[in-house]
Design a protein around this ligand. Structure first.
Ligand SMILES: *Cc1c(COP(=O)(O)O)cnc(C)c1O
Length: 326
């Protein structure tokens, strides 16, 4: 089966548990959390699930080098560097901006994990990948390109699998999830969750919270997700016509733009930390968690609903944003 052909990188299944104190605070809502911040790959995160499939594909193709791209504080790039260390692959990271005097947060970790880092100025979404690929091929290397955020169908299969994992936990805990909140940025997580939700018939209402309004190489995030979902439905033989309404993203919490920390993110990080002892990140999960609590405060979803927050990781970026978070 396609979903079993992967290179193990994560400590799976990640825990699914109740947030007791916050459920009391937001009663009568019931709040649960899925801990992909605990995937175990060099401090965890959602990219681990995608990388299990992407690294397997690289190895199947006989590649010896991985190229990927992101922002300097990219969790995806940090986890890719760790995955390459495990799989004995050389790792090249194309990161936006110019070299800082001091490395911090994810950038420091990617460096420690042995990645070769290239700074690419304005480009933080993989615009320079082809050039580097050609150069490495001239040097007789066999590079494998992982797209921005690991978001293609191969990567998304990690999140189809994640829904299968969730389903087993829901059965064991005798639970049904009504609403699933998560951060959506390069689209692979959302595409995989959308496909998995249908494949495993969980009937959750997905609430993807937009983190980055800007397009990736001229394609909007919703178009990206729909494209991956349509490829995936054929591979997985899902009989459903997907429309843009099936991949709708809520961008209401995204005014400040990618990686800009506002009072909202700060409030959310402190709320989960002080009430439950769990740490979010300022770029993705801080924004998405804030959005979820805003839905609950304003009763935008029916009372008594059972909601799940998918914690997608990002812990290491807190140190980079220390000034904003004080
Ligand atoms: C990458 C990332 C996301 C978004 O996942 P996509 O599949 O890129 O949409 C969410 N949270 C964290 C912490 C991430 O690193």
């Amino acid at each position: 089966m396609i979903l079993d052909h992967k290179f193990d990188l994560g400590f799976l299944p990640t825990p699914l548990h109740h947030l007791k104190n916050l459920s009391e605070k937001y009663s009568p809502y019931h709040i649960f959390i899925k801990r992909d911040d605990q995937t175990g790959l060099a401090s965890g995160g959602n990219k681990t699930r995608k990388l299990e499939f992407l690294i397997q594909e690289a190895l199947d193709n006989g590649c010896d080098t991985i190229i990927t791209a992101g922002a300097q504080q990219s969790n995806h790039c940090r986890q890719t560097a760790a995955a390459c260390a495990i799989a004995n692959l050389k790792c090249h990271l194309l990161l936006g901006g110019t070299a800082p005097q001091k490395y911090n947060g994810n950038l420091l970790l990617s460096h420690l994990l042995g990645a070769q880092i290239h700074f690419t100025g304005e480009n933080r979404k993989g615009e320079n990948i082809d050039g580097l690929k050609q150069q490495l091929e001239l040097e007789e290397k066999k590079p494998f390109v992982i797209p921005y955020g690991g978001s293609n169908l191969t990567g998304a299969l990690g999140f189809v699998n994640a829904v299968k994992e969730l389903k087993a936990q829901l059965i064991a805990q005798n639970l049904k999830i009504d609403y699933l909140f998560f951060a959506s940025s390069s689209g692979g997580t959302q595409a995989g969750l959308t496909l998995g939700n249908d494949l495993y018939n969980l009937k959750m209402n997905l609430v993807p919270i937009g983190i980055d309004k800007s397009e990736t190489q001229g394609v909007s995030l919703e178009e990206m997700v729909l494209h991956i979902v349509n490829e995936g439905k054929q591979l997985l033989k899902i009989k459903k016509e997907y429309r843009s309404s099936d991949v709708k993203i809520n961008n209401d919490y995204n005014e400040a733009g990618y990686g800009v920390i506002t009072e909202n993110e700060k409030e959310a990080i402190k709320e989960l930390a002080k009430n439950e002892g769990i740490l979010l990140d300022p770029v993705y999960t801080g924004r998405a968690f804030y959005a979820m609590t805003d839905y609950l405060k304003k009763e935008k979803i029916p009372s008594k609903a059972t909601v799940l927050f998918w914690h997608t990781g990002g812990f290491s970026a807190n140190f980079y944003y220390a000034d904003e978070l004080m």
